[in-house]
Write a protein that binds this ligand. Structure first.
Ligand code: SF4
Length: 333
């Protein structure tokens, strides 16, 4: 099956007075039609920058240094601004993490949705109204006529996110970018929003790029996943494989940091912090936090290795396992 989106060797810097912050460094992954793809990592790992780069919404001091983003066969980074405006919204749309601030505070939510439908579908006012109400219903909102007349501040956070999802899907995009869509929502509402995204993805056939720091969310929703650390993709895998046979020490640390009710021992926070991306040292960016770091890790960047179909890793230890009893250098995070 050919890819809907293919990101190749994407590198994005933020220019500062002290030098370039290497926010995304050589990231590559692809998303297939109809799949839910997770991009997971701690805060500051470059996930959101990657999503904004796909939509070409980054502004200076951000700078795309290199890479290619192929979507439906066209390189988005080479598109004219007018063509990119058409892609944005009509073919790719985005759900942000703070729905209330993403909505227009002085316009009823129904009117906002109608505006999007009229703009993209060229619908009449009446058609747009009917379609808007149907979309709100599809997104699990009851009493749609009353809700459509309300302003964002009159709706709960979960309700605002449902409206945002309706707006994002109103143009029948082929790819939906969802950046931490459940931030700030309580657990049961968050679960409902994730269920909604999964159902709508399956029903519409749209692919979803789900950006999250939470592997628990990935487990419940995604087909495949890329793990990002300090601006680099360190592992990609089918979601079952990632959970059953994680190959990268960072992925394993992330898994140990997820709270679970089915085990007695406590979750372990990941030691250390994401390293500074302002002139980062050579070698593996996880070296200062890695429990199995080896001398070569601090010199050379590990190459991407294909472990099996749909499973890649960038780690010396994952392809040359540490021998039992062999002294590891020890993490210093
Ligand atoms: S073993 Fe080396 S290459 Fe692998 S994650 Fe640890 S420091 Fe990086």
């Amino acid at each position: 099956m050919s890819d809907l989106l293919r990101i190749e060797n994407l590198t994005v810097h933020f220019d500062t007075d002290d030098g370039a912050v290497e926010a995304v460094d050589g990231a590559s992954f692809s998303i297939r039609p109809g799949e839910i793809f997770g991009l997971v990592g701690e805060s500051g790992s470059g996930k959101s920058v990657t999503a904004l780069t796909i939509l070409r919404l980054l502004r200076p001091p951000a700078r795309i240094v290199s890479g290619r983003i192929a979507f439906e066969g066209r390189d988005l980074l080479a598109l004219a601004a007018a063509d990119m405006r058409h892609v944005r919204g009509a073919r790719i749309s985005m759900v942000f993490q703070s729905p209330r601030t993403s909505l227009n505070p002085v316009l009823p939510v129904g009117a906002q949705l109608e505006r999007v439908i009229r703009l993209h579908a060229g619908a009449s006012a009446r058609e747009a109204r009917e379609r808007a109400l149907a979309m709100l219903r599809e997104c699990g909102i009851s009493e749609v006529e009353r809700r459509a007349a309300q302003y964002p501040h009159q709706l709960s956070g979960g309700m605002c996110q449902r409206v945002m999802i309706a707006m994002a899907l109103a143009t029948s995009p082929r790819l939906l970018l969802a950046d931490e869509p459940t931030t700030g929502l309580d657990v049961s509402i968050a679960a409902q929003i994730l269920d909604l995204l999964r159902d709508l993805g399956h029903r519409t056939g749209a692919s979803i790029l789900l950006i999250t720091h939470d592997l628990g969310v990935v487990a419940g929703l995604c087909d495949r996943v890329a793990v990002m650390h300090a601006g680099q993709i360190v592992e990609t895998a089918d979601v079952r494989r990632l959970f059953h046979a994680p190959a990268h020490p960072y992925t394993r640390a992330l898994l140990r940091s997820v709270p679970r009710v089915d085990r007695e021992f406590a979750m372990e926070p990941i030691p250390g912090a994401v390293p500074s991306l302002l002139a980062p040292p050579p070698g593996c960016r996880f070296a200062s936090r890695c429990p199995v770091v080896m001398p070569e890790c601090r010199i050379e960047r590990p190459a991407v290795t294909l472990l099996e179909v749909d499973h890649t890793v960038s780690c010396f230890a994952a392809v040359t396992p540490v021998r039992a009893g062999a002294p590891a250098e020890g993490g210093d995070g």
